[in-house]
Design a protein around this ligand. Structure first.
Ligand code: UD1
Ligand code: CA
Length: 453
């Protein structure tokens, strides 16, 4: 928690040309959440912070995402991409109005943590109006280097292209994340002149300017992984790998068993309880809640579903949005469930589609049962009462209600409601002809031998 009011400026104006995508860079997803969504989650944990996004022109998608994840945030448009200082100054009015500290973060750096941001802010004080987040780079190429002239004292940030041979040997690099005291910030930024042929304004020049005015500039450091930036599809995949590794570790630390963790894929919002067992090759899409003691067998695809205590699903189950699998209920192989509440102890163990409805407590859904929920125009509900028994290969043509305790004979196509405890059977009566098969075989074998001769 910071003591002074905080404004966070998220720079998201870059198009990300190296992504080769129609989608702006910061909208690409890691763990199912946009890159700016990740950054915002970290900012949120800092407590009371005002947020400003700086986006490029014609970035309606980014504007919409910002409105979704941070409706209270202000959005500024940087008309031309003239550098990081220019981008920050697009939010000038927000800075001028603000009385406190200001954080500048990049929208394409998804793993920044609240603890690191707090540490950076804590190194500001009345004589230190600027703080820079640095990291030791395995490969410093392309980064600005932090040149120190005292313990944790930055004298200048040297961009790669301006660095001398000796300076390029430095591996302590600028992450891009910086913190400012609001009082001095605009004066420092307005002193930054344009550089290079493109007339870019470098935020990093604020460091030397602050020093020339007699202020101190603090360096705070974090691990490289936290500030990895995403510039290409390859880096996006690397970031996904980092995200998944951390998520798996967290899920296990919180008491779940992953038999082959490297094969289980989570979303940013997956909730996994204690003593949950997850077998290999399971994929979680967004909005899944798995309560304690659930078992998920191999090769399941699960999204938007809730699995209640002690439920068992898979192998090869597909749970789609609003599948609510009750306590100790069982969903077996090749069963798809969408928008159905499966109540306590109910079972659908094999090869079924359950869409739009309810399966009452303790009911049994036989192999090959289909809820025919769609007539080509509208979706309809199927309601199976508690303790009902639906025989194999049944088509329940919705809307239809099966009363509690009813029996459905296998192979039935059920189009009318079935009362409680009744038997419903919809199929032709079986006919049997004694000895028919033996006679048939004899006749056919004779014909075949006649043909050959
Ligand atoms: C920047 C830093 C460098 C640091 C590196 C870390 C400067 C001058 N250099 O370099 O010291 O090591 O990040 O990754 O700051 N942006 C805008 N508008 C602009 C320009 C950039 O919004 O006009 C945004 C981009 O969308 C991106 C961020 O600012 O999110 C950084 O811009 P980028 O061009 O990637 O800076 P680097 O050259 O990587
Ligand atoms: Ca960059």
């Amino acid at each position: 928690m910071t003591s002074r009011p905080l404004l966070t400026i998220v720079l998201a104006a870059g198009k990300g040309t190296r992504m080769k995508s129609a989608v702006p860079k910061v909208l690409h997803r890691v763990g199912g959440l946009s890159l700016i969504g990740h950054v915002l989650t970290a900012i949120r944990s800092l407590g009371q912070s005002r947020t400003a996004f700086v986006i490029g022109p014609n970035m309606d998608g980014v504007r919409a995402e910002a409105a979704k994840i941070a409706p209270e945030a202000e959005v500024f448009v940087q008309d031309q991409q003239l550098g990081t200082a220019h981008a920050v100054l697009a939010a000038r009015t927000a800075i001028a109005r603000h009385d406190g500290d200001v954080l500048v973060v990049f929208g394409d750096t998804p793993f920044i943590t609240p603890a690191t941001l707090e540490g950076l802010l804590a190194s500001l004080d009345a004589t230190t109006p600027v703080a820079v987040l640095g990291f030791h780079a395995a490969d410093p190429n392309g980064y600005g280097r932090l040149i120190l002239d005292g313990p944790e004292q930055v004298s200048v940030i040297r961009e790669q292209e301006d660095a001398t041979e000796a300076e390029r040997e430095i591996t302590f690099c600028n992450s891009g994340v910086m913190a400012f005291r609001g009082e001095q910030m605009l004066t420092l930024l307005e002193a930054i002149g344009s550089r290079n042929a493109k007339g870019e304004y470098y935020l990093t020049d604020a460091v030397a300017i602050a020093r020339s005015k007699g202020y101190r500039v603090a360096a705070h450091s974090c691990v490289e992984e936290e500030v990895m930036g995403i510039n290409s599809r390859n880096q996006l995949a690397q970031a996904e790998a980092v995200f998944q590794r951390r998520f798996r570790e967290r899920v296990m630390a919180e008491g779940a068993t992953l038999i082959a963790p490297e094969t289980v894929w989570f979303s940013h919002d997956t909730v996994i309880g204690r003593d949950v067992i997850i077998e290999p090759n399971v994929f979680f899409g967004p909005k899944v809640v798995v309560e304690d003691e659930v078992v998920i067998r191999a090769n399941c695809h699960i999204e938007g579903a809730r699995l209640r205590r002690g439920a068992e699903v898979g192998p090869f189950a597909r749970l789609r949005p609003n599948a609510d699998i009750g306590p100790r209920a069982k969903i077996g192989n090749f069963v798809e469930v969408k928008n159905v509440t499966v109540e306590e102890g109910a079972k659908a163990n094999h090869l079924s589609y359950l869409g739009d409805g309810r399966v009452g407590a303790g009911a049994n859904i036989g192999a090959g049962t289909i809820f025919c929920n769609y007539d080509g125009f509208f979706k309809h509900r199927t309601d199976v009462g508690a303790g009902a028994f639906v025989g194999s290969n049944t088509a329940l043509v919705a809307p239809v209600n099966i009363g509690p305790g009813a029996f459905i004979g296998s192979g039935s196509v059920i189009t009318k409601d079935v009362p409680a405890d009744a038997l419903a059977l919809e199929r032709n009566e079986q006919s049997v002809r004694e000895g028919w098969a033996a006679k048939f075989r004899t006749m056919m074998q004779r014909r075949k031998s006649e043909k050959r001769s």
